[in-house]
Ligand binder design. Sequence first.
Ligand code: ATP
Ligand code: MG
Length: 248
Amino acid sequence: MLAWSGLSHRYKGGAEIAYADFALREGRHLLLRGSSGSGKSTLLALLAGLLRVQQGGLEVAGTSLAGLSPRALDAWRGATLGVVPQRLHLSEALTVAENLALPALAAGQGADPARAQALMAALDIGELAARRPHQLSVGQAQRVALARALMRQPRLLLADEPSASLDDEHTLHMLALLLDAAERERCTLVIASHDARVIEALTARDDFTEVVLRSRTSATGPASQLGALGGGTAPMTRMTDWTDGGRA
Ligand SMILES: Nc1ncnc2c1ncn2[C@@H]1O[C@H](COP(=O)(O)OP(=O)(O)OP(=O)(O)O)[C@@H](O)[C@H]1O
Ligand SMILES: [Mg+2]
């Protein structure tokens, strides 16, 4: 479902972020862990084709992303992925319902109000269709972003820090929504988080594999020292698979 090897990324003027080789079997979900700045959002952006692959190979849902043109990446992303970004990127100029229509319209397809209605009902935001994002609570806005990500029936759903600014109760609720959505829509989840509550909840499940990213660019701490000792690149990713160790 997901695989990368020799993968690394370097922002302009920044240090190299290297990822240890990894593959995720069909039918399993991925928890991406690591401290702030370790490269979780960067990896999600690579998986989503929002950042071009500079170095190494990356295969997502059967497609090798490295050689694709920006135009091909856009089409592939629209047909394959749903993304719930760290910053939600809901358009203030549009109502909730219009925000849900946006992915299809951006892809040059007709809106699907029936699907939007069904998703909003499933996520308990059916009453909010006519509101603008600033009229929503944080938890409601997150559910709108989730509904929008699910609009085009993605095979893969990427969620970046889905518990950001949520209290304990809403964090568990958000996770339940993601897990329900994945089951109902039959899609693979990739959840990036450094939230202990999320990590505890997901590592207790047997259908998640975790990848722990270690930053060598952080200013302090043993990870950066190890990275410095290693010289050059430091792909210090650890992987755990709770059931059978059977990574694809
Ligand atoms: N657009 C950018 N330009 C330059 N450097 C960047 C850019 N985005 C991220 N970085 C740097 O790349 C590294 C990885 O950032 P990334 O956002 O992937 O980390 P993260 O693990 O998602 O962190 P957090 O948990 O805080 O969200 C950091 O050192 C960050 O400062
Ligand atoms: Mg991040």
